[in-house]
Design a protein around this ligand. Structure first.
Ligand code: G3P
Ligand code: MG
Length: 433
């Protein structure tokens, strides 16, 4: 696969490590290896060799006629080895992306932890965002383009990812939020058997929302159905609502019904289905210089309106950060990712979480740190929701200007905690087996 050389813009040929010959693996100049404590243990030398092989093979460049050749100048930078001691978890909005565009330091930060650092260390990492509204596959494709690197679904969790575990439990569900039909597609992909959208309800009964008319496209995609045959068993807000008034009206109709039968009204106002939000961020970071209101604000609004109408408290459930369940999920994902992608079969000592929202990223990381086997170390950046000069309600272990400073801090902290790097030849690497 043609790819960009991690140290420059020239095209390089990426080969599968299985194609590498022994000479490819162990030939070459002496290199600086990272400190032993940061490298995978001896039972993981295969992973290290794969990384070395990849690194070495990436030295191959295509000539103008397309045939591979070796770079003319010898390598003077370190071979890349993957650390099994620590890992990174990134929030996305306000850390790596803002308003659909990468934050200036984001690309360099990811290059840094992919080996472009003075220590030749590659650090395994995952992404944990509260955002959503698309399939994980689609979101990873977007992220790969935005950040100019391959992002796999095996290293990605979004706000609604854990909702897939509820697909078995409920039959007919109302799915709210996102663009067009995308969230219906996500929910059906998770295995939800019968997905109703606000569009289906409006198309079936157009005066449900007096001020909202379906666009031609929404009308085309929405499905008329007989709601006397099936009740809404649960409500899932998958992504930000594009029409708060209409969506709230429909959610309230379900909540005030008898057991989710649309058109009915409960006398006790406590017979409605449960409501799940994919996260609870009241604000989030976009291209605007000030944070914008998000799903947590809709949740607060819904609870307030329900109380105003029914006199009853409404209790809803939110997934995402700072919920500890999300961090347990992230732990499992990271474990699997490190095993499958790096051959590492032990938990990391420390996971550095880089986030911009004290109430979700930092709070969740700090609380999970208290109960987790690994250390979860919170790093707050100044490029998103958190504004420099304010006092965060949930203080991080460390505040950094941006994501590049954050990853440098994490790597330096690991390096300075232990002994110095050692100079060895690549042949020595081979003898370590
Ligand atoms: O809607 C997404 C937003 O609330 C937060 O996304 O990546 O900062 O967790 P993120
Ligand atoms: Mg964020």
């Amino acid at each position: 696969m043609a790819t960009t050389d991690p140290f420059g813009a020239r095209p390089a040929r990426r080969l599968d490590s299985l194609d590498a010959s022994r000479a490819d693996l162990y030939g070459g100049p002496s290199v600086l290896l990272p400190p032993k404590h940061l490298m995978a243990s001896s039972d993981n030398n295969t992973a290290m060799e794969i990384e070395n092989a990849r690194h070495h093979l990436d030295e191959e460049v295509s000539s103008e006629d397309g045939s591979p050749q070796f770079a003319s100048s010898p390598v003077s930078r370190p071979a890349v080895s993957t650390t099994d001691e620590f890992a990174l978890a990134f929030d996305i909005d306000g850390v790596l992306i803002r308003g659909g565009k990468p934050i200036p330091e984001a690309v360099d930060a990811l290059k840094y932890i992919n080996g472009e650092n003075p220590y030749g260390i590659k650090v395994p990492y995952i992404f944990v965002t509260n955002g959503g509204g698309k399939t994980e596959e689609e979101r990873c494709i977007d992220l790969s383009k935005q950040l100019d690197l391959d992002v796999s679904t095996g290293q990605f969790i979004c706000g609604h990812t854990p909702m897939r575990e509820m697909a078995e439990k409920y039959n007919t569900v109302l799915v709210v939020g996102g663009e067009g039909e995308k969230c219906r597609v996500v929910a059906e992909g998770y295995g939800f058997k019968d997905v109703v959208t606000p569009g289906d309800i409006i198309k079936t009964r157009h005066d449900t929302t007096p001020f909202r008319k379906l666009t031609d496209e929404e009308f085309e995609n929405s499905r008329v159905r007989d709601f006397s045959h099936s009740n809404i068993e649960a409500i899932f807000v998958f992504a930000d609502s594009r029409d708060w008034a209409g969506d709230q009206q429909i959610i309230l109709d379900c909540l005030m019904s008898k057991n989710g039968w649309l058109g009915t009204r409960s006398e006790t106002m406590d017979e409605g289905p449960p409501v799940f939000f994919s996260h609870n961020d009241v604000v989030w970071s976009t291209s605007h210089e000030h944070s914008r209101i998000g799903m947590g604000a809709l949740r607060a609004s819904l609870e307030a309106v329900y109380k105003a109408i029914s006199g009853k408290d409404l209790s809803t459930i939110a997934f995402g950060k700072p919920q500890l369940g999300t961090y347990h999920f992230a732990t499992r994902l990271l474990q699997q990712w490190r095993k499958d992608n790096h051959g590492i079969n032990k938990p990391p000592r420390t996971v550095y979480f880089v986030g911009d929202t004290p109430d979700s990223d930092i709070r969740g990381t700090n609380e999970f740190d208290k109960i987790s086997e690994a250390n979860w170390y919170s790093l707050l950046v100044k490029t998103g929701v958190y504004q420099d000069g304010t006092i965060p309600r949930f203080p991080p272990k460390k505040t950094c200007n941006n994501v590049l400073d954050a990853v440098k801090f994490a790597v330096e902290r690991e390096i300075s905690n232990k002994d110095e790097p050692v100079d060895v030849g690549l042949d020595s690497v081979a003898l370590r087996n």
